[in-house]
Design a protein around this ligand. Structure first.
Ligand code: PFF
Length: 453
């Protein structure tokens, strides 16, 4: 049996810390840019509301009922509810997904950390788009530097995980998240002075074209950004005290996460348009735009340095939750202590991360195509696609099916412990809307991407 959060606030903070991370500030803007803006954002918001929120409630509920790592929780709940033992695979898939995601997440977090020093040294004062672009290019083309930052980030993550996620997270989230939020607002304020703010707003909110693959990416991102479908929220839910309202906590987490993402979009796109950059610059987008803001705004060096410090913290509080399911499982089932469990997982993640490190330089021409899924993807693209677009939605789909169709109503009602109407709406969404939406998006995407010549 394992511990509990010291209060419901700590749970909300930890889960928000897991949700708000690189997904909001790094990934959301660049995939929005690649997928044409407005409609993509709309689909993403719909997915958060209709798919993400009900599944998040289900995931926390299952976690609190099972009170163990996701693998053991699923084993226990399948038994309690007289269901097939194979449900344990859901826990396994989540654990693997977390491990795969952390391997590349750590490399990108390394970029953010290295930008603390680039910004701090005043390198961006008066920066031009070209200058910023080449500074980013120099960073990612140097495997040694990427490797060094990747190593530092993994070590930092594993230190916290080894000590137990409950210690340390609270301070990070309680003070640093609001600080990150304020700095983001400052960048938005700068973007308003660029003369291209409305262009950014229009890009984000005016519906236009989207591909089927874009719809899948938007849905996948809804899972990724609120940490769903892989047991991270389930494992945090397992430490949740009884008297906490799952529905309220979920609404708070989803809202905070969405606001941060939209603000990041509002901060970045005006800079893109004001400097003649293109929105589809790919994974380097924030590193090619934000430095321009920091190079031109009042006290930009200070604000920028603080911004990248806080972004690194946000990445760190998410990374911890990515690997916690695996570490919790090793501790419960293999009798290893937390220190060793974290070390083993850290080494394995570090090794896999080498693939991402190299995919931006020495392996940048190594790409492959899997018919019906994707075309010319690098190692990094492949991992990102398999996890965010496939494994997380698939995990979420099965969580929805288990919680809404297979679990007895009595059990889920008791565990949700909410008002009758909230419970009913939740169950109807989770039974009829959520799974159907996920399946339709999957099938359409496969049909559309299937045409790979
Ligand atoms: N939600 C995190 C982000 O937006 O950066 C990433 C993440 C954390 C995804 C934990 C999945 C997860 F389980």
């Amino acid at each position: 049996m394992h511990g509990q959060w010291s209060s419901r606030l700590v749970f909300i903070l930890a889960a928000t810390g897991s949700a708000v991370g690189l997904g909001n500030i790094w990934k959301f803007p660049y995939i929005t840019g690649e997928n044409g803006g407005g409609t993509f954002v709309l689909v993403y918001l719909l997915c958060i509301a209709l798919i993400g929120i009900p599944i998040m409630m289900a995931e926390i509920m299952l976690g609190r009922r099972g009170r163990q790592s996701p693998i053991n929780t699923m084993k226990l709940l399948a038994k309690d509810e007289n269901r097939n033992r194979n449900w344990v695979w859901l826990g396994w898939m989540g654990m693997v997904a977390g491990f795969l995601i952390l391997s590349y997440y750590s490399v990108i977090a390394g970029w953010a950390m290295s930008y603390i020093f680039r910004t701090g040294s005043g390198m961006f004062i008066g920066a031009t788009a070209d200058g910023v672009n080449s500074i980013f290019g120099d960073l990612v083309s140097d495997p040694e530097r990427l490797l060094a930052w990747h190593t530092i980030f993994i070590v930092m993550t594993m230190i916290v995980v080894a000590r137990g996620v409950k210690n340390g997270l609270e301070v990070a989230v309680r003070y640093l998240m609001p600080a990150l939020f304020v700095l983001l607002l400052m960048v938005v304020a700068y973007s308003m002075t660029t003369g291209h703010f409305m262009e950014g707003v229009r890009f984000l909110f005016t519906p236009g074209k989207i591909t089927q693959e874009g719809v899948l990416t938007a849905m996948g991102h809804a899972f990724f950004t609120i940490s769903l479908g892989m047991g991270a929220i389930m494992v945090y839910g397992s430490y949740l005290p009884r008297n906490t309202s799952i529905a309220q906590a979920t609404m708070f987490i989803a809202a905070a996460d969405t606001i941060v993402a939209l603000l990041a979009g509002l901060a970045i796109f005006p800079i893109v348009f004001a400097n003649g950059l293109t929105p589809d610059a790919g994974p380097g987008l924030i590193f090619k735009t934000l430095p321009i803001a920091f190079g031109h705004m009042e006290a930009g060096t200070l604000v920028g340095t603080a911004f990248f410090i806080l972004l690194s913290f946000a990445a760190w509080t998410s990374a911890i939750s990515l690997i916690e399911p695996a570490v919790a499982w090793l501790v419960e089932n293999k009798g290893v202590n937390r220190l060793y469990a974290s070390m083993y997982m850290g080494i394995a993640t570090w090794l896999l991360g080498l693939g991402t490190v190299f995919s931006f330089n020495i392996w940048s021409d190594k790409t492959w195509t899997i018919p019906y899924l994707f075309k010319d993807y690098s190692f990094f693209d492949t991992l990102d696609y398999l996890t965010a677009n496939i494994m997380l939605p698939m995990g979420g789909l099965f969580i929805a099916i288990f919680a809404a169709w297979l679990m007895r109503e009595k059990s889920s009602r008791e565990e949700m412990d909410t008002t009758d109407w909230v419970y009913k709406i939740w169950r109807i969404l989770l039974r009829y809307v959520t799974p159907v939406a996920v399946i339709i998006v999957f099938l359409k995407a496969v049909g559309a991407i299937g045409v790979v010549e």
